[in-house]
Design a protein around this ligand. Structure first.
Ligand SMILES: Nc1ncnc2c1ncn2[C@@H]1O[C@H](COP(=O)(O)OP(=O)(O)OP(=O)(O)O)[C@@H](O)[C@H]1O
Length: 464
């Protein structure tokens, strides 16, 4: 038997959590449906919240009220909108419990549907005229329907359905004239190695020694991708918007970063920034978001909303260890960071976008003998779980920063050449991809096209 009051308490708790915390919806939307609520009114509020989320809108009380009015004015007036139950705004709302409560609602709903169904079957048993095979058939089909309606035990999809959806994708990509569904990084060697660049649904961990250039490489890649018309998003935990923008200016103009840091430019430099704004940045869809040590739920929700609005083809997070990672009782920091990177992987899959996550390294490499200090996978900080979850793990490696100016095997000049070392690639090749940088690492270039235009660039940057 369903205990109606217990059910209502959970329903109230879920709605109260969702009203208080807009991010909590991402925890429950995958399995909780409005008709699972036994309270018509609470189910209605939930339905409005879901609709807003599907439209990519961040919820607030006014918006929910308005949406409810639009959805069913009669019911809205009957219950007096969100004012229906003032307790919703005052009851204790521990949003960490929202998934648990929502699962209890789903559980109650299935029990309720099963009870209804079994009662009907029981009744037909008393009718000796109904063949037993019919009764058994009804029993099975009813249980099947409940499972289908609630996605219980039916989360898997038939292979044929998935292949058909892939086929649609193949056709769309060919019609668009694409070589690969991956988003090209702007580094030709990297794209060649990976089969096209960054693949939707995959997570790319980018690590390096301190100040080796992780943030610069990430920003550069996002800029190059945005230049191709993609809408990209950088969530920054380390650098404020002002500094990120200054790095972009330094990358895209010839203004010395020291001037930008001081915040005072010459009139000529101001004109250069003005030109940059008007000619290159106005239509560049690169969104920057400083989030300090925000919780992973905030990053996930904001990104999901941006994706639903068609405003996020790719996400980069700089950097993993600065995302808030509360350690559970008896747990470890590694487990907490593991939960964060798993949530980012899930986000990449659910939104079907590539996610770059910048990560720190541990100090092991500094203790290794020899000059080369070439990173290995176990140099990743919190390495186990990061390595397992990431589809690709790559390191920025700058030999000239270690005083290595010539390749020992090939004799190649390494000054101004950095490498992306791909040490893990679940679905593609591993190896290294070169790129170019100037002496101060304020500008990066594709290795291949740089070589073609080398003489021109050398006139401007003689250190190359
Ligand atoms: N606009 C700029 N202003 C100052 N330094 C810059 C700028 N652009 C590039 N650099 C140089 O690039 C180097 C790499 O910086 P970046 O922040 O990308 O490294 P990181 O590996 O992300 O660093 P951290 O370990 O601090 O996270 C810096 O040491 C700095 O010398």
């Amino acid at each position: 038997m369903i205990e109606k009051n217990t059910g209502i308490t959970h329903e109230k708790a879920v709605v109260a959590c969702l009203l208080a915390n807009t991010e909590a919806i991402t925890n429950v939307i995958g399995f909780l449906k409005a008709d699972m609520f036994s309270s018509r009114e609470l189910g209605f509020i939930y339905k409005a919240i879901v609709q807003l989320f599907e439209q990519g809108k961040r919820t607030n009380y006014n918006l929910i009220d308005r949406t409810m009015q639009e959805m069913d004015r009669e019911l809205f007036l009957q219950m007096n909108g969100l004012a229906y139950d003032p307790e919703l705004f005052t009851m204790a709302r521990d949003s960490s419990q929202v998934t648990e409560y929502a699962l209890l609602i789903k559980d109650s709903y299935i029990r309720f549907r099963l009870t209804e169904h079994l009662n009907a079957v029981k009744l037909s048993l008393t009718d000796v005229g109904t063949p037993i095979t019919t009764i058994l058939g009804t029993l099975h089909s009813g249980v099947d329907k409940i499972c289908n309606d609630t996605d219980t035990g039916n989360e898997a999809r038939p292979l044929a359905e998935i292949v058909a959806s892939n086929l649609n994708d193949f056709r769309k990509n060919r019609a668009l004239g694409l070589d690969s569904r991956a988003i090209p990084s702007g580094f030709t060697e990297f794209d060649k190695l990976t089969g096209g660049g960054f693949f939707p649904g995959e997570i790319y961990t980018l690590a390096a020694r301190p100040s080796e250039g992780k943030s610069m490489v990430t920003l550069h890649i996002l800029q190059e991708i945005a230049k191709k018309g993609y809408h990209v998003r950088l969530v920054n935990h380390e650098m404020g918007d002002y500094d990120t923008a200054n790095r972009s200016i330094a990358m895209l103009t010839d203004i010395n970063p020291d001037f930008l840091r001081r915040g005072v430019l010459t009139e000529g430099q101001e004109m250069e920034v003005e030109r940059l704004l008007q000619e290159e940045l106005t239509n560049l869809k690169l969104d920057i978001r400083y989030m300090g040590n925000a919780r992973i739920e905030s990053i996930v929700t904001e990104t999901m909303l941006a994706c639903k609005r068609g405003k996020c083809d790719m996400l980069a997070v700089d950097y993993l260890q600065l995302i808030s990672a509360p350690v559970e009782k008896g747990g470890t920091t590694d487990e907490a960071i593991g939960r964060n990177i798993n949530a980012l992987k899930d986000l990449a899959v659910r939104c079907n976008i590539p996610v770059i996550v910048v990560s720190q390294m541990n100090r092991e490499i500094e203790h290794r003998a020899g000059k080369a200090k070439i990173p290995i996978l176990s140099d990743l900080r919190n390495s186990g779980v990061i390595e397992q979850t990431s589809d690709v793990v790559m390191f920025v490696y700058r030999p000239d920063r270690l005083g290595i100016t010539k390749d020992q095997d090939t004799g190649e000049n390494l000054v101004g050449i950095a490498k992306l070392l791909l040490l893990k690639n679940r679905n593609g090749g591993i190896g290294h991809a070169n790129f170019r940088h100037n002496k101060t690492f304020t500008k990066l270039w594709d290795f291949i096209s740089f070589n073609k235009k080398k003489s021109k660039i050398q006139q401007i940057y003689p250190d190359q």
